[in-house]
Design a protein around this ligand. Structure first.
Ligand SMILES: [Zn+2]
Length: 247
């Protein structure tokens, strides 16, 4: 075997090792269909994850007071512990769409690995259980059945994406990471959100009331509103995702 043949073998070997141990993950993008230019300042979708923990009432109050609609991705864990916030969201069905962030906040990755330190579901059955238990939690909390799913960490194995689509859910990627997992400072968070353009889908968190990022979320949203941007929920607009997440 020549040198080229040997290196091809080496490449093939390393690829197969990678796919056996750590399947390549994807972090899908979601955007809204562009709006006609004449219809104003554009539209963005604000999506907020409620992974676990508590409720950032700075954000929740700002959304209600300023009538900013949002899609909230909630887990079964968060729903159980935040009944008061859920009640406020349910009292404003024109503002809040509640969608599925999984039963236990376990990444929708069907091979065993860690993502940002969180252990993945690890098998197709475990991905399915995470998705279905999240949907069941929303229904038993009295809401309509969710149509969108976003997995913990927003990373997926392609085979998990195919399975979640078969279960009937669209998968919510994003185009602007507003708060860097709620770990960014207020100023940087506000800057990222305020920079949103027509068609962007923003992700941030509504479950970290002690983090500075939450203050930046509010500032960024108010800046967008002042610019004349329209906010829509995912069910109100046509979202177009890559990696087979919406088609
Ligand atoms: Zn989360």
């Amino acid at each position: 075997m020549g040198l080229v043949g040997k290196s091809l073998c080496a490449i093939a070997l390393s690829v197969s090792v990678v796919s056996a141990g750590h399947a390549a993950l994807v972090e899908p993008t979601l955007r809204l269909k562009p709006q006609a230019a004449e219809s104003g300042g554009g539209r963005v979708a604000l999506t907020l994850d409620a992974c676990g923990g508590k409720t950032d009432t700075r954000i929740l109050s700002a959304l209600v007071d300023n009538r900013i609609p949002a899609t909230i991705f909630v887990t079964g864990i968060w729903l159980k512990r935040n009944a008061a916030a859920v009640e406020i969201m349910r009292a404003h069905p024109d503002l809040f769409e509640l969608e599925n962030h999984g039963g236990r906040h376990i990444p929708a990755v069907d091979t065993p690995q860690k993502i940002y330190g969180i252990r993945s579901a690890g098998s197709p059955d475990a991905v399915q259980a995470e998705v279905e238990s999240g949907a069941a939690a929303l229904v038993s909390a009295g809401g309509p059945a969710p149509k969108w799913f976003r997995g913990a960490t927003a990373e997926y194995s392609p085979s998990a994406i195919a399975m979640i689509r078969k279960l009937g859910f669209k998968i919510a990627g994003f185009s602007i990471n507003g708060d860097g997992g709620s770990l960014l400072g207020a100023r940087e968070t506000a800057r990222r959100i305020a920079a949103a353009k027509d068609g962007d889908v923003i992700i941030s968190h509504i479950n970290q009331p002690t983090h500075a990022a939450g203050e930046g979320v509010v500032q960024g949203l108010l800046a967008l509103k002042a610019k004349g941007m329209t906010f829509v929920r995912l069910d109100d607009a046509e979202g177009i995702g890559n990696n087979g997440t919406t088609d």
